[in-house]
Ligand binder design. Structure first.
Ligand SMILES: [Zn+2]
Length: 254
């Protein structure tokens, strides 16, 4: 066997003595040291293995204990479901999972609610978009305006669209973060541009307040929030009766 003439100075990783090796990869000065090191390595491996098993057992026992408990913390719930804590909070905030706040630091979630949630949250592939709904007679509506289109077409404010939508129960769907309103209903409710109001259409603030039992501020807030048209005559403010009625009158079926 040909031996290399190269001599490399090394320190034995077991006994710490200096020695001359023939290969860079040699780690021990002699067979004995190599054997000791090997045995020591094996011993370490067995130790790690045992420790891992113990930790796994402890975790399993904890999990089993958690499973048997009726109420869990947010962290335990997250562990149980294999998700991050934040995901659990999202479920709580969205109202999908009930959580009970016992103190500012202690929140508990019922085991049963978790099981119920899993039981009802069957994954269903979302249809590409919800672009149809039915009207009050069960007829399918498939033509819609966006809120922006209504604002442009009918010259009304954003809040007015929603106020009228609510007052007249205009069928709507949500599509990619936008509200879509039934075209035929909108055409009926908003007509074209509002006509110039007649003198009789106006009603004074005080008359509205009397009719709906409102404070001045309450009425003023309605008017501002919904962008109602108003006019001032002397020190009196007038608004359109039809507009305030649309907001404050209880909705009726049309
Ligand atoms: Zn050695």
């Amino acid at each position: 066997m040909a031996t290399s003439s190269i001599r490399i100075k090394k320190v034995c990783e077991w006994c710490g003595k200096e020695f001359e090796a023939q290969k860079c990869s040699t780690r021990y000065c002699c067979k004995r040291c190599a054997e000791h090191a090997y045995k020591d390595r094996k011993r370490q491996e067995r130790k790690t293995e045992t420790e891992t098993k113990v930790i796994e057992t402890i975790i399993r026992q904890k999990e089993e204990a958690v499973c048997r408990r009726d109420y869990l913390s947010v962290q335990e719930t997250a562990d149980l479901m294999g998700v991050k804590r934040n995901a659990i909070y999202q479920l709580i905030y969205r109202g999908k999972l009930k959580a009970y706040r016992l103190t500012s630091r202690v929140t508990r979630i019922s085991r049963k609610d978790i099981d119920d949630l899993l039981g009802t949250s069957l994954y269903v592939r979302k249809s590409k978009a919800q672009t149809s709904t039915t009207d009050e007679n069960g007829e399918i509506i498939s033509e819609f305006y966006t809120t922006k289109e209504i604002i442009e077409k009918f010259g009304v404010s954003n809040s007015w669209v929603f106020a009228q939508g609510m007052a007249h129960n205009i069928p709507k769907v949500y599509h990619r973060g936008k509200t879509l309103w039934s075209k035929t209903h909108c055409d009926r409710v908003f007509k074209a541009k509002p006509e110039t109001p007649k003198e009789d259409d106006w009603i004074s603030y005080s008359d509205v307040r009397a009719e709906y039992n409102l404070t001045h501020d309450q009425l003023h807030n309605y008017v501002k929030y919904h962008g109602l048209r108003r006019k001032k005559v002397g020190k009196y403010t007038y608004i359109l009766k039809s507009e305030i009625d649309a907001i404050l009158r209880p909705p009726t079926l049309k």
